[in-house]
Design a protein around this ligand. Structure first.
Ligand SMILES: *Cc1c(COP(=O)(O)O)cnc(C)c1O
Length: 349
């Protein structure tokens, strides 16, 4: 059993208890005369502050994902949600977090930014999690565990039983970043939030939903956790334009499903092609819209591609990823282009 109140930072706990005593704000309506927020009456429809509870967008998402609106918090990209997890739960210089390694670099970045000790636990050679090893790295000051599935830069899903062991064996918050989950048909932890009072699942509109420009992330958790996010979030942090575009994306979700289908077919084609390249040693299995390829000389291939105006991610500095490139699945034309160019690559050594 987790004790949510004890997990929250002291200053946040105090802030929340003040917020609770505040009177319910009057609901504003565009039919009313609104002279309370120092807005400008001109330049409609951009003159007003946007909806602060983003209820329309949450209702659409709730319908689609089979959760309640009070189990959703929207963030300015999931990047903002990652930062908020630190600010809500972690006392600088006192608390620590434990994360898998390698994984998304944002978790470490925001640990540094918030002055929180970041402990990483190496995955195995197949980028799999060992729950017992991870739990050994936790102590009484560990507030958060960071998991990412499908993970980056490896592309694989974490073993479900190991993730469950972490969720059950750790009495702090377990964050599962499912930014790439829409690229897999397997069950996600987002669908299981009612089972785990200590789970936070992160989703984003930036990847499968093809809307990175609007900066929209989604946090799914039980109501007790979501209500904390609501109380500490910056006012009006989701712009009107983002809310409208987010709703629009949800209305066009059949297009998005088509895009995902094409990207998955392209991923299969790209991986087969890479496996047959002389400069490629192996490709790791992927459940995302990218794949990790171990090359004979990653730096040389990377430089060659750069000269041809093609950007991929060089991962040699990442744990367990020596000589690896991470390649995003692009459009059919872009994928054909990189494959064509790589056929002319000549090793420099
Ligand atoms: C892209 C990505 C993010 C950041 O998503 P935004 O919503 O664009 O901020 C977070 N986590 C992972 C694993 C990602 O790949």
């Amino acid at each position: 059993m987790i004790n949510l109140q004890n997990l929250i930072r002291t200053n946040i706990r105090e802030l929340i208890s003040c917020a609770e005593t505040k009177a319910e704000e009057n609901v504003r309506d565009s039919q009313h005369i609104m002279l309370d927020a120092n807005e400008n009456p001109y330049n409609k429809p951009f003159n007003r502050y946007p909806s602060d509870d983003q209820i329309e967008l949450k209702e659409e998402l709730a319908k689609l994902k089979g959760v309640r609106t009070n189990e959703i918090f929207l963030s300015n990209g999931s990047t903002e949600a990652i930062d908020m997890c630190y600010r809500i739960f972690c006392q600088p210089k006192v608390d620590n977090v434990v994360a898998i390694e390698p994984t998304c670099e944002l978790y470490k970045h925001f640990a540094r930014l918030n002055d929180i000790e970041y402990r990483s636990v190496l995955l195995d050679e197949e980028f799999q999690l060992n729950a017992t090893e991870l739990l050994k790295a936790c102590d009484k000051h560990t507030k958060l565990v960071w998991l990412c599935s499908p993970n980056t830069p490896s592309g694989n899903l974490l073993n479900v039983e190991e993730v469950e062991k972490v969720l059950k064996g750790f009495d702090g918050i377990v964050i599962i970043d499912e930014a790439y989950a829409d690229f897999t048909r397997l069950q996600t932890f987002r669908e299981r939030i009612s089972e785990f009072p200590n789970i936070i699942v992160l989703n984003t509109f930036s990847k499968a939903w093809a809307s990175a420009a609007i900066r929209l992330g989604v946090v799914y958790a039980q109501e007790a956790i979501i209500s904390i996010f609501n109380k500490v979030s910056s006012p009006y942090h989701i712009s009107q334009l983002t809310q409208e575009q987010g709703l629009d994306a949800l209305k066009h979700r059949y297009d998005i499903e088509d895009w995902i289908k094409i990207l998955l077919l392209e991923r299969k084609r790209m991986i087969l092609a890479f496996e047959s390249l002389a400069c490629c040693e192996k490709v790791y299995p992927s459940n995302a819209n990218f794949f990790l390829a171990k090359m004979k000389d990653a730096q040389s291939v990377y430089d060659y591609l750069c000269k041809k105006g093609i950007h991929v991610r060089e991962c040699s500095n990442v744990s367990l990823c020596g000589n690896c490139l991470r390649i995003t699945i692009g459009s059919k034309a872009e994928n054909a282009e990189i494959l064509g160019i790589l056929r002319y690559y000549k090793p420099t050594k």
